[in-house]
Design a protein around this ligand. Structure first.
Ligand code: 3PG
Ligand code: MG
Length: 424
């Protein structure tokens, strides 16, 4: 069912409670939290600009990190207010809380076109619990609800779902923002009847994260190319040795049934024919999370399907890059989710970079539509400077995966349905 969008609303003078996904990466520098990637802020600007032009009074709500109901200062949204003001070129007011008298007063003082950003909604446990009383408190400043937080739409939380229900119950409208609309168009409508060949590239660590997506896309895709550590669970299923590669031993049967389904449906299902392997060695150094840093020694290309006992597979090899690039080059629609290897480490980034390049070239030269399913693939494309060479990059991680699996996202379900022509 099509949902109402901000373009359908008349919001002049109204208080628009807008959920955004400003869960942006931050780093501490000289005692200050600094935003390291502003994509999620930038992508909300079109909706904000439209609402400002229409004279709405805009109240923005978001979460940052997982503070688990505590007021964790490193997870404050205050730095986001400053960044948003700089990017949109107007004042952005900030409330130290997301509910209560101060919020109501600041919202009341907003002029038409004014913006107020509320503090992290996850400072309250009631947010994730989707507590109805908390949703009522949030909704005190909402005449209209807009959801532009695609990245959090898979969560049935108070600010993504509960508030919409409260506003709707009062007879108010709940609409998708322009970013939400674009995400649903590319990840949904565009993949409904894709131009063929439709090539799907899936990587990442775990088969279990992607199996529902694989299963669903086996119904639609002409080819599925597998990379990342999850390729080794497929190898295990085929009876090969996987050495120290990251595998999910308990998922070998799941991998087997995906292979069987691909064969039955005549879908080209490609697994790596060679790899970059290396010997992982624990060092005394600790990473940011306090875990020992692993160093990789004796990195080399291997065409042996059996991984040496002491080594782990960490990237697709050059023969696989060539084979995958050839399939990608013929595509008319491409969906990519998940890196081909441990791309954060330069030693194992070649496979992911080559796939990024092949996707970008096929988009630019052959007019293929390329849709990137968020998370690490977006990071890899941006790192390679190819972010603007693909058709669409999702701002969602978990949300894009769940949507591709065919799940109904609670944040979308709660929005007002568009009246259809037959209902008048
Ligand atoms: C994300 O970054 O995945 C979204 O903002 C949702 O965050 P969450 O996974 O902590 O719910
Ligand atoms: Mg997530």
């Amino acid at each position: 069912m099509a949902k109402l969008t901000v373009k359908d609303l008349n919001v002049r003078g109204k208080r628009v409670f807008m959920r955004v996904d400003y869960n942006v990466p931050m780093e501490e520098k000289d005692g200050q939290m600094v935003i390291t990637d502003v994509t999620r802020i930038k992508e909300t600007l079109p909706t904000l600009e439209l609402l400002i032009k229409q004279g709405a009074r805009i109240i923005l709500a978001a979460h940052l990190g997982r503070p688990k109901g505590k007021c964790e200062p490193t997870m404050s949204l205050r730095p986001v207010a400053a960044k948003l003001a700089e990017m949109i070129g107007c004042k952005v007011n900030f409330a130290d809380d997301c509910i209560g008298e101060q919020v109501e007063r600041l919202a009341g003082e907003l002029p038409p076109g004014g913006i107020l950003l509320l503090e992290n909604v996850r400072y309250y446990n009631e947010e994730e619990a989707n507590d109805p009383a908390f949703a009522e408190k949030l909704a005190k400043v909402a005449d209209v609800y807009v959801n532009d937080a695609f990245g959090a739409a898979h969560r049935a939380h108070a600010s993504t779902e509960g508030v919409a229900r409260v506003v709707a119950k009062r007879g108010g409208q709940c609409a998708a923002g322009l970013l939400m609309e674009r995400e649903l168009k590319f990840l949904g409508d565009e993949l409904e009847k894709p131009a063929r060949p439709f090539v799907v590239i899936l990587g990442g660590a775990k088969v279990s994260d992607k199996i529902k997506v694989i299963d669903r896309l086996l119904e639609k895709a002409d080819a599925i190319l597998i990379g990342g550590a999850m390729a080794y669970t497929f190898r295990l299923a085929q009876g090969y040795k996987t050495g120290k590669s990251l595998v999910e031993a308990g998922k070998a049967e799941v991998a087997k049934s995906a292979l069987a389904k691909a064969q039955a449906r005549n879908v080209k299902f490609l697994l790596p024919s060679d790899d970059v392997v290396a010997v992982p060695v624990k060092t005394d150094k600790l990473d940011k999370k306090g875990k020992p840093v692993i160093e990789y020694q004796n990195a080399r290309t291997s065409g042996d399907m059996n991984c040496p006992d002491e080594a782990a597979g960490l990237d697709i090899g050059p023969a696989t890059v060539k084979a995958y690039s050839q399939v990608i080059a013929k595509a008319k629609t491409i969906l990519w989710n998940g890196p081909m290897g441990l791309f954060e480490n330069e030693q194992f980034a070649a496979g992911t970079n080559a796939v990024a390049q092949a996707v970008a070239t096929t988009t630019q030269k052959n007019g293929a539509k390329s849709i990137i399913g968020g998370g690490d693939s977006v990071k890899a494309l941006n790192k390679a400077g190819l972010g603007d060479k693909v058709s669409f990059m999702s701002t969602g991680g978990g949300a894009s995966l769940e949507f591709l699996e065919g799940a109904v996202l609670p944040g979308v379900a709660a929005l007002t349905n568009k009246a259809c022509c037959c209902c008048g």
